[in-house]
Design a protein around this ligand. Sequence first.
Ligand code: FES
Length: 68
Amino acid sequence: MARMIRHDATGPQEVKPQDKSAWICMCGLSQNLPHCDGSHKLAKQEEPGKCCVYDKDRKSVVEVRDDV
Ligand code: FES
């Protein structure tokens, strides 16, 4: 499975060492990048072998394509 997400950031964001664990978003769906906000739960609907295209707000799938 794969997903297409529009990103508009043009540079990095510093994540400073913290006393407790910090969870960095790896799915690209967080509304609080670079931190995970639980939005990865949306990815559970994605099917293997398909590519989900998300809307500009990264909140819903607008198209499902074959993953090439
Ligand atoms: S890994 Fe992306 S929101 Fe959790």
